[in-house]
Design a protein. Sequence first.
Length: 132
Amino acid sequence: IACKDIALTVPGDFLDLSAEDYAGDADFMFGKGSLIFSGHSERKDIFLTEMTLEQYTGYVISGNQLECSAQSYGSGYRFSYEKQSGDKTLTYVVATWEGAENFWILQFYCPESDLEKNLPEIDIILSAVRSA
């Protein structure tokens, strides 16, 4: 799919959930089994000062009061954290990316118990992200 200023390949067995009420303000949302992923963009020009992708990633982590650190991943950054949702622990794998006009947050989440089986799919999707 191409969305604003990035493009990525979504495997054909993922369902497009973008029109669902729970998609909120996501630019796109897809799901397969226990794995959901979404993309959300923020225009770079809303920030009062020019920000690097590394600074934006730190802004996302601190703004959400997460206790984690990001690692460089391809031409973006990646971090993960866990969050309790009812009786389940969800694991979030988040990548930040920079397009020509937008910063992107690509967020994957699934039950903690399903993370290992979903990691290869996450890596496949993230390895195909590029500027549009």
